[in-house]
Design a protein around this ligand. Structure first.
Ligand code: HEC
Ligand code: HEC
Length: 360
């Protein structure tokens, strides 16, 4: 439950994670504007549905210069540009046409279907795109979830976080999307490895997790796990050990965990006052992807004013996932150099990683 988050609001918590989660968080922020029933809806909407609810606002009457539904000539000329071209401009927005028709919760396929519906209402004869054609090789998150993960995650069998139940997913995702995906790959407790579907690739699992977090606004393509253009500053690999740093404000832990709970009493209890943070290190073996839970871990936090503090990080077990943590005082806005020393059993060497951490 603990880690990568740094402030109190759930949104800034997830924004502290990686770019994909940030993208989801932004889509989530935008989707708050949707009506509650639109948000609750898990299934893809049909083209007609989307047009009736969203696009017709302008396209029924031709408001703001929108090509009017039923204006065969206007749509024939648009249709000549093909679905891909039209979808691109509907997603991006063009002049008075807002991106996603003003509804960021719509998926690409829903936009494609809406366009197809408007074309067909205006003399065209396009066939409605189906999800399967967009992903021949890679199965989409939604399909995987529907065929497999929903068995437990639809109703929450065995305590499984439910599809679209963001309150249940956010605390898990705070540990980082990669972390949660890995945990789904490995399985734990009643959650079977790879969700019980052994042939799923890692990136398919990733897509499924993203879909379960945000079924309505989920991106249709999920970037692969490859360390892309923006590497995660809180993740390094040293000597076959993957090291993830997470920092969370003590106040937000106090708000999150009841007095007397296991989480609230670790390391002698959550410190009072401002400026205290829980520094958490998660370790994985990069070959086996297994959680490393038998290492000795120590962290040194250098504060430009208050000097340097070194503490042993204690093993914490949250959600059956083991990691290492302790509290440090880090009240300043300047970057903190956090140096982590790790000794794995059976090795004489100490691994060292250094992070530059800055509060948002
Ligand atoms: C707030 C009004 C508004 C809403 C809502 C709206 N549109 Fe539009 N749309 C426009 C306007 C205005 C244009 C004409 C833009 C231009 O070419 O100047 C347009 C143009 C388009 C085009 C042609 C784009 C191009 O490249 O020429 C497509 C396709 C389209 N809209 C699809 C949609 C879909 C799908 C929805 C619903 C999901 C939607 N629109 C909702 C106002 C709207
Ligand atoms: C047999 C029931 C079952 C199936 C099928 C299943 N899950 Fe789960 N899943 C669970 C349960 C129960 C938990 C909660 C386990 C816990 O936190 O201890 C869970 C938790 C998770 C988590 C959170 C892990 C974490 O560390 O917080 C992820 C991610 C996840 N499942 C992904 C998937 C995906 C993806 C699929 C489909 C490919 C899937 N699950 C299929 C039962 C299932």
């Amino acid at each position: 439950m603990l880690t990568l988050a740094r402030t109190d609001s759930p949104l800034s918590l997830i924004r502290a994670l990686n770019p994909l989660v940030t993208a989801i968080a932004l889509a989530l922020a935008a989707s708050i504007a949707l009506s509650p029933d639109a948000r609750a809806q898990v299934a893809e909407r049909s083209g007609k549905d989307v047009v009736d609810k969203v696009c017709s606002k302008c396209h029924a009457t031709g408001a703001k210069g929108a090509p009017k539904i039923g204006d065969d000539k206007a749509w024939a000329s648009l249709a000549s540009r093909g679905l891909t071209g039209l979808t691109e401009s509907a997603l991006k927005g063009i002049r008075n046409m807002p991106p996603h028709g003003g509804n960021p919760g719509l998926t690409d396929i829903e936009i494609e279907r809406a366009i197809t519906h408007m074309v067909n209402q205006s003399g065209g004869k396009w066939s409605e795109p189906i999800s399967d054609v967009t992903a021949a090789a890679e199965r989409r998150g939604e399909q995987i979830v529907r065929t497999q993960c929903a068995k437990c995650h639809q109703t929450g069998v065995g305590g499984a976080p439910r599809i679209g139940d963001r309150a249940a997913w956010i605390p898990r995702l705070k540990r980082g999307l990669d972390f949660v995906v890995r945990s789904a790959i490995n399985g734990h407790g009643p959650m079977p490895p790879r969700g019980g579907m052994a042939d799923l690739t890692d990136s398919e699992i990733r897509a499924a997790v993203v879909y379960m977090f945000n079924p309505v606004g989920a991106p249709t393509t999920v970037p692969p796990e490859a360390p892309a253009a923006r590497p995660d500053p809180n993740h390094v690999v040293v000597d076959g050990t993957e090291i993830y740093l997470g920092v969370v404000a003590a106040e937000s832990l106090r708000a999150q965990y009841a007095k007397g709970s296991k989480e609230s009493s670790m390391h002698g209890g959550i410190p009072g006052g401002k400026g205290h943070y829980h520094v958490n290190i998660s370790l994985f073996d990069s070959k086996t992807r297994g959680v490393i839970s038998d290492a000795q871990v120590e962290a040194t936090v250098a504060d430009p004013v208050m000097g340097t503090v070194t503490k042993k990080l204690e093993l914490v077990a949250l959600n059956n996932i083991k990691s290492y943590g302790n509290y440090f005082r880090m009240p300043g806005k300047d970057p903190y150099a956090i140096t982590v020393k790790i000794r794995r059993p059976g090795t004489s060497r100490t691994i060292e990683a250094r992070f530059n951490f800055r509060h948002d």
